[in-house]
Design a protein around this ligand. Structure first.
Ligand code: TXA
Ligand code: MG
Length: 313
């Protein structure tokens, strides 16, 4: 149910939660200074307590009370990408951030979202925590109907057309002597090079991932997904330029010429598999492996993971 900015402000101030548009995906917001509301987010999403949340602020000055020290080139990074889909993990003064929001870590993740309505909400209420607005393990929500599907038709959603990129923010942190990418996202790896003077490494597959969230099953519909052609699968996730075997239903991710549009469609298509009760599908993974395509490939591979190597939700 779409609600106005005034209504969203009043819900947050009274300790409630509300879905909020961002330029990446929808978030589920609670006020940073309301630990009970933060706990409601974990309960509603069925999110493991060990998976910390991103703190959304209105501008860089809002960081001041929380952050212990700023790594080299932090200012350059935020000047280049904030407001926008960059999340920075920073060392913090722990007592100022509720334990649940940071999952007991000595660090916290911060970002400045770009939609005006979202910044107005933060300016009116103070910093908000927002995980993506989906049940844990499911594809993120990029449309209001995705939120209503997961949390019911009465769930409040702040109105605003976010022109969403469709992929979550890129998460970075400073480790040893360099910035690294802890979660690929809407800002692709090579866009950092002019700012940092080097291409940050993507570190997602360590035994202890830099983002606890990378441990868990993610972005997954119920259907079993194959990352190569499969005779048994009646459905193919593919591209408009390609032709596929007769008799298969094709769900088009978009065009090989536009990873931006593919990113925008991605979660809606993954969610549509469940809506259509599809149990087997194969994905045409024959697309480039640079820029935004790298993030798209990572999300599709995670959507297809059996969950054996990942903790179940
Ligand atoms: O685009 C986005 O980032 C969206 C919108 C709503 O802002 N949010 C989002 O939140 O994707 P979520 O909760 O789905 O993913 C946040 C990720 C998780 O993998 C979590 O483990 C990681 O951020 N994270 C949060 N705080 C962290 C910390 N202190 N250290 C390491 N990873 C952290
Ligand atoms: Mg998420």
């Amino acid at each position: 149910m779409l609600v106005t900015l005034e209504k969203a402000i009043s819900i947050l101030n009274s300790g409630g939660i509300v879905a909020v548009p961002t330029e990446t995906v929808y978030g589920l917001a609670a006020l940073l200074n309301k630990p009970h509301a933060i706990q409601k987010i974990f309960d509603l999403k069925k999110r493991p307590q060990t998976n910390p949340l991103i703190i959304h602020i209105a501008n860089t000055q809002d960081l001041k009370p929380y952050v212990k020290e700023y790594p080299p080139l932090f200012t350059e990074l935020t000047r280049a990408f904030w407001p926008g889909p960059l999340t920075c993990i920073l060392p913090i003064h722990k007592h100022l951030i509720p334990t649940a929001a940071r999952a007991s870590l000595p660090t916290a993740a911060f970002r400045v979202p770009s939609p005006q309505v979202t910044c107005s909400l933060i300016e009116a209420c103070g910093p908000i925590v927002m995980p993506s607005a989906n049940l844990s393990g499911k594809p993120s929500a990029t449309l209001p109907q995705h939120i209503e599907h997961d949390f019911g038709p009465e769930f409040p959603i702040l109105q605003g057309s976010p022109h969403a990129k469709g992929l979550e923010s890129t998460i970075v942190l400073y480790r040893n002597t360099e910035w690294v990418i802890a979660r690929q996202g809407a800002i692709s790896q090579e866009l950092f090079t002019p700012i940092l003077g080097y291409e940050p490494a993507i570190i997602e597959k360590e035994t202890a991932p830099l983002c606890p969230g990378q441990h868990f099953r993610h972005y997954a519909p119920k259907a079993k997904l194959f990352l190569h052609p499969n005779k048994e699968a009646p459905v193919i996730l593919g591209f408009i330029e390609r032709s596929y075997p007769k008799g298969k239903e094709v769900l088009y991710l978009g065009s090989l010429l536009s990873p931006e549009i593919v990113a925008k469609n991605l979660y809606d298509i993954l969610r549509s598999l469940d809506l259509k009760n599809i149990t087997l599908a194969s994905i045409d993974m024959d697309f480039p492996r640079y820029g935004l395509w790298l993030t798209i490939a990572e999300r599709l591979m995670r959507a297809a993971e059996s969950g054996d190597s990942l903790k179940s939700q």
